[in-house]
Design a protein around this ligand. Structure first.
Ligand code: FMN
Length: 197
């Protein structure tokens, strides 16, 4: 099982695409969307025409994912969710996108939400914790927190495109970032061609 957490930074589409790809690879996904992330989904993806209700509804409208039975969605204040405990055998947490606030909470052990608690669990249980930090430019506070993240073993995947894949659309750029995470997780994908392929 992979935990995919969408925090309140620009680019929730990246988290949505990761969930779609994992479901299509027959992976169990525990998904968490923070309250600010829900608002940003409305603003960036639903163009403020509809309220964000649930990931499942959004995924059904997009029509890309299958295997909805493999998806469990938890509220960000639900500490009774299995992923709030080390006894749940999840393989990795990916926070995509990761806001600077959530980054700060993760690296300081401030587990006041299910997202930050799942990361706390991943770190204490020595499991994978991957973040896609989204902010620009970065302040000293941000870079210090990223340094701390690297020191404690968090894998940092900034949403930075490789232009050698010759992206033609924002969707190509998003899939590049998602493909990089699937590479880290050791999952096969066709989101972009590897160099020299
Ligand atoms: C449209 C919009 C875009 C935002 N983009 C970012 C961003 O890219 N990075 C960031 O760190 N915060 C961003 N914020 C601010 C965060 O949403 C805010 O700090 C929030 O408290 C994060 O909470 P969360 O990490 O618990 O979801 C954005 C806010 C809005 C409304």
């Amino acid at each position: 099982m992979i935990v995919v957490a969408i925090s309140g930074a620009s680019g929730p589409i990246m988290g949505i695409r990761l969930i779609e790809e994992l479901l299509n690879l027959n992976e169990h996904v525990a998904a968490i969307v923070s309250q600010p992330a829900g608002r940003i989904i409305e603003y960036e993806m639903l163009l403020e025409k509809a309220p964000f209700s649930s990931l499942r509804d959004l995924l059904e409208v997009r029509g890309v994912a299958k295997n909805f039975d493999l998806l469990n969605e938890y509220k960000n204040n639900n500490f009774f969710s299995p992923v709030a405990s080390g006894s749940a055998q999840f393989e990795a947490v990916a926070v995509i996108p990761c806001s600077m606030k959530t980054l700060s909470a993760i690296v300081h052990g401030y587990a006041d939400s299910l997202i930050t608690r799942a990361c706390d669990v991943a770190l204490k249980e020595r499991r994978r914790c991957i973040i896609v930090p989204r902010e620009t430019p970065l302040s000293v506070v941000h870079t210090e927190n990223l340094h701390k993240a690297a020191q404690v073993g968090i894998e940092i995947v900034p949403p930075v495109p490789g232009f050698y894949t010759r992206p033609e659309s924002v969707a190509d750029v998003v899939d590049f970032v998602v493909g990089k995470i699937l590479n880290l997780l050791g999952r096969k994908h066709r989101l972009f061609e590897s160099w020299g392929e």
